[in-house]
Structure formats: structure tokens, C-alpha cells
Design a protein around this ligand. Structure first.
Ligand code: FES
Length: 110
């Protein structure tokens, strides 16, 4: 009988190894829009080489919760906790932007 266990939150589909930093705004307006739960959702899905940090105001108040991924300079707006697994898998692990979540002011959603 096999007794191999895997971490419940591991995603192994297509690892792109790039050092990245995810900044999740925790300032007043984004917090009112649910940014605390967005940050929590990121911390539940850790990715090797990716640092998740609470940030101060990212200057885009009212469009939050705002998430900025560095060094890619990719902005996501109106982020919901339920969208984090998709963002982690598609962007952080596979290196592809999640088009429908992109912040319209800085990116075309195509
Ligand atoms: S409060 Fe989040 S961008 Fe300003």
C-alpha cells in the first residue's frame, strides 16, 4: 500500500521559476473592498520564489482590491479571494496573465 502524501495546496502543472513579489494593497479603500481576504487567499497558496506582501496604497483607490505583481508590473483590479487559485496557477506558476482580471487602466484585456 502506498503511503505517499502530497501537500494539499501544491500546484505542479507548469512551474516557471522566476522570483516575483506580489503586493496586495491593504490600505483603507482596498480593505473595505475585501483586500484582507485576498491577502489571506494568497498566503494559503505559497509558491516557491514568490513573496507575498501587504502593501500600502498603490495609488489606484476605488478599483480594488488591487494586486501588483513585480517585476512583471502587472496590475490586477477588483480581485476576489476565489480568483486567487487561478491567478496563482496561471500567472505565478505558468507566467501567463489572467486577462479578464487585468486592470483596464494599465493593460488591455483583449
Ligand atoms: S487603497 Fe488600495 S490602491 Fe489605494
Amino acid at each position: 500500500m502506498s503511503n505517499v502524501t502530497q501537500p494539499s495546496n501544491s500546484v505542479t502543472s507548469c512551474q516557471v521559476s522566476t522570483q516575483r513579489c506580489v503586493r496586495v494593497c491593504q490600505n483603507r479603500t482596498c480593505k473595505k473592498q475585501g483586500a484582507t481576504k485576498v491577502l489571506e487567499a494568497f498566503t494559503k497558496l505559497p509558491v516557491l520564489g514568490v513573496t507575498v506582501t501587504a502593501s500600502g496604497c498603490l495609488g489606484q483607490c476605488g478599483n480594488g482590491p488591487m494586486v501588483l505583481i513585480l517585476p512583471d508590473m502587472v496590475w490586477y483590479s477588483g480581485v476576489k479571494p476565489l480568483e486567487i487559485p487561478l491567478l496563482v496557477e496561471q500567472h505565478l506558476l505558468c507566467g501567463e496573465r489572467v486577462k479578464h482580471m487585468l486592470y483596464y487602466r494599465f493593460h488591455t484585456q483583449g
